[in-house]
Design a protein around this ligand. Structure first.
Ligand code: PHE
Length: 459
């Protein structure tokens, strides 16, 4: 959002929900949720995810939004405004998007490539066996120019959006395109139900297998909630600062949570059974979305048209999220270093290029086998793990302690009630923020550390 814009500038009730949903719904729902669900055993992960979303996700979303609206500041200053000693929590939160944006652009590049290829009649290429792996690794020749080029194209699209300041335009567009994406996901899923061998996948997705439940399931689910709902990185604080006092924070948070979780659930239902139907050996890999769906489109009547339209809508959803991330990064440098926006955009571009190229080349010449959690994805996996499994739980934990014990919960609950209505889930919120979230997040950090150092292996 342009820095000189007045605060409280979201229009009425839907403004916040629209902008926050546009940020929340993205590759997290379509790319990350399905492969994590596959990885953590299907239905059991889905149930744990939904339970954590309505408790943790919902509470943290309310907390961050209220923090933003109360202070009228973006994340860097919001903590300091309420207690100057704790400004550094905001700084830590602001570091998260800096590490996410570059690799987000890499995956956004894959979506752009899948759109362009399917639009140019290359659906059968995308559906050919091993195509995604050969694309990201440069194939037999190891030529990385293709994944590099698509990463740069996606990054450029995002940088131009932020530099030109058309965020408002794309937010308005997303009002039409997001429901369209949802309809397409539902339509594609209905078509898939007519395919042979689809039901094994549906059962895997919907029927929880308790024997697969372990500490890793919870760790995977909570990391996914942060990522998918754009939490623990200051974004919702900034969005809250643009929210009018008359709007209900509780209802808005509920709407955003339901939209984000709903899209993730449907995306999983569309992607995971498809992988079963076409017998994909790499169903747990980060390439799941890119390998399973082209097979479906290739057999679908009219698939040559459905595929590019679908990928275009995914591209749009990814861009709205990436732009919200990038905008945060740019404003972080402006806030922190008191530099001009232009210079800040240049610094952001440099970071995207360096860290993004590490992620691209991590599948080729820069391959590394640092054993990090779900690893196996080179630098991209390392950035993903560091942010989602370590930094975000730390930021969320600190936010809870800050609200629960430094400024006290009533500061936030009073803000939630500032619209004049009751805070229906006030009790749940208090208990979550003061007790359950901090304990659970501390445990999750311990789990992440023990898995990373090979002390505990849940798999
Ligand atoms: N929530 C977005 C998604 O699901 C990703 C994102 C993370 C966007 C953080 C903004 C901030 O894709």
């Amino acid at each position: 959002m342009p820095e000189n814009e007045e605060r409280a500038s979201f229009s009425g009730k839907v403004g916040f929900v629209l902008a926050a949903s546009a940020s929340a719904v993205g590759l997290g729902n379509l790319w990350r949720f399905p492969y994590l669900t596959s990885h953590y055993g299907g239905g059991i992960f889905v149930i744990v995810y939904i339970i954590l979303a309505v408790t943790f996700g919902f509470s943290l979303l309310i907390a961050e939004t209220a923090l933003g609206r109360k202070t009228g500041k973006s994340c860097i200053s919001a903590f300091g405004e309420l207690c100057s000693k704790y400004k550094w929590i905001g700084v830590l939160a602001a570091l998260v998007p800096i590490l996410i944006v570059p690799y987000y652009c890499v995956i956004g590049g894959w979506v752009t490539k899948w759109f362009a290829e399917s639009a140019m009649g290359g659906l059968s290429t995308l559906a050919s066996s091993g195509y995604w792996v050969s694309f990201v690794t440069g194939g037999e020749t190891g030529d990385m120019s293709d994944p590099t080029a698509w990463f740069l194209i996606f990054a450029l699209l995002c940088v131009v959006c932020v530099a030109v300041g058309v965020e408002r335009g794309i937010e308005r567009l997303s009002k039409i395109l997001m429901p369209l994406l949802l309809f397409m996901i539902i339509g594609i899923t209905i078509y898939e139900f007519t395919l042979p061998n689809i039901w094994d996948g549906v059962v895997f997705y919907l029927n929880p297998d308790i024997s697969k439940l372990n500490a890793g399931t919870f760790m995977g689910a909570i990391s996914q909630i942060f990522y998918s709902m754009s939490l623990a990185m200051g974004i919702m604080i900034t969005y809250g600062s643009y929210m009018k006092k008359s709007v209900s924070i509780e209802k808005s948070a509920r709407n955003v949570g339901v939209i984000d979780t709903g899209v993730a659930f449907l995306a999983g239902l569309m992607i995971i059974p498809a992988a079963f139907a076409y017998d994909h050996p790499d169903a747990q890999s980060i390439g799941l979305m890119f390998t399973a769906l082209p097979d479906v489109f290739a057999t679908m009547p009219g698939g040559e048209i459905v595929a590019p339209v679908f990928y275009l809508l995914v591209l749009f959803a990814a861009m709205t999220s990436a732009v919200s991330l990038l905008e945060t990064v740019v404003s972080v440098f402006v806030d922190l270093k008191a530099i001009k926006r232009k210079k800040s955009i240049l610094i952001s571009i440099a970071l995207i290029l360096v860290l993004g190229m590490m992620s691209v080349l991590g599948f080729g010449p820069l391959a590394t086998d640092i054993p990090l959690l779900d690893g196996g994805a080179g630098w991209l996996g390392i950035f993903d793990t560091i942010t989602n499994n370590f930094m975000m739980p730390i930021v969320a934990l600190l936010t809870c302690i800050f609200i629960g014990y430094v400024i006290k919960v009533t500061v936030i609950t009073d803000e939630v009630k500032a619209d004049g209505n009751a805070f229906v889930s006030e009790r749940l919120f208090e208990v979550m923020i003061k007790y359950i979230c901090p304990v659970f997040l501390a445990l999750m950090l311990i789990v992440a550390v023990t898995i990373t150092f090979g002390i505990y292996s849940p798999y």
